[in-house]
Design a protein around this ligand. Structure first.
Ligand code: ADP
Length: 206
C-alpha cells in the first residue's frame, strides 16, 4: 500500500520551513487522497496510469516505452484505432497486461523556453484532461508520471508546480469528488526531492 501524504509527512516530517509560503491553506481530507511513489509506474495496480505519450500514441521512449512493453502488443493495436491525440489532450485505453486497468495517454508539450506560457497551459491541460477522463470513466485511483520532463525537456520544478496545482484544483472541484487518490510517480532521486519540497506548498499539513 502506498502511503498517503498525511502518512508521508509524519514519516519524513515534511513540513514547509516557511508555512506562509504555502499557496493554499486547509488541505483537509486532500492529504488522504494524494501520494508520492518512487519507482516504475508500470508496477502500479491502480484503476488508471497516465502515460506521457506523443501525438501518434503509437509508443516511444521513456515511460511510454516502459508502458507499451509491459502492456503488450494489444495496447498499440487499440492505440492505432484512436488516430493520435493533440498536445494538451488525453485519450483512454485498456491496460492489457499491465496491473493497471486502464492507461490514460496524455500528450505533453515539447518544452520551448520561447513559449513558456503556452507550454505551461498545455501541460496543465494534460493533467486536467487526464483527471476528467478518469472521473468520466469511474477510475477512482490515478497515477501520474512527471509529464514532459524527460525527453520533452520541461524543467522539473516548473512542471511540478503545474502538476501539483492542477491536481489540487481538480480534487477540490465537484468532478474531483469522483477520484479517491492521485499518485505522483517519480523515477529519479532528484525528481523525488523536487516533489518532496513542493508538495507541502500545495498540500500543507493543517
Ligand atoms: P516526456 O517525453 O513527456 O518528457 P519521458 O518518458 O521522457 O516523457 O519522461 C517523463 C518522466 O517519466 C521523466 O521524469 C522520466 O524520468 C520518467 N520515467 C521514465 N521511465 C519511467 C517509468 N517506468 N515509470 C515512471 N516514470 C518514468
Amino acid at each position: 500500500d502506498i502511503p498517503t501524504l498525511r502518512q508521508l509527512y509524519k514519516l519524513a516530517r515534511l513540513i514547509p520551513a516557511e508555512p506562509t509560503a504555502a499557496k493554499y491553506k486547509h488541505s483537509g481530507s486532500l492529504l488522504d487522497r494524494v501520494s508520492l511513489y518512487q519507482g516504475t509506474i508500470t508496477a502500479l495496480e491502480v484503476d488508471a496510469i497516465v502515460n506521457a505519450a506523443n501525438k501518434s500514441l503509437l509508443g516511444g521512449g521513456g515511460v511510454d516505452g516502459a508502458i507499451h512493453s509491459a502492456a503488450g502488443r494489444k495496447l498499440v493495436e487499440e492505440c492505432r484505432t484512436l488516430h493520435g491525440c493533440e498536445t494538451g489532450d488525453a485519450k483512454i485505453t485498456k491496460g492489457y497486461d499491465l496491473p493497471a486497468k486502464h492507461v490514460i495517454h496524455a500528450v505533453g508539450p515539447v518544452y520551448s523556453s520561447h513559449h513558456t506560457q503556452t507550454c505551461a497551459e498545455l501541460l496543465a491541460s494534460c493533467y486536467r484532461r487526464s483527471m476528467e477522463l478518469a472521473a468520466q470513466n469511474s477510475q477512482r485511483h490515478i497515477a501520474f508520471p512527471s509529464i514532459s520532463t524527460g525527453i520533452y525537456g520541461y524543467p522539473v520544478e516548473d512542471a511540478t508546480h503545474i502538476a501539483l496545482d492542477e491536481v489540487r484544483g481538480f480534487l477540490s472541484s465537484e468532478s474531483g469528488s469522483k477520484i479517491d487518490r492521485a499518485i505522483f510517480v517519480v523515477w529519479s532521486d532528484h525528481d523525488k526531492g523536487v516533489y518532496e519540497d513542493l508538495l507541502p506548498l500545495y498540500f500543507p499539513l493543517d
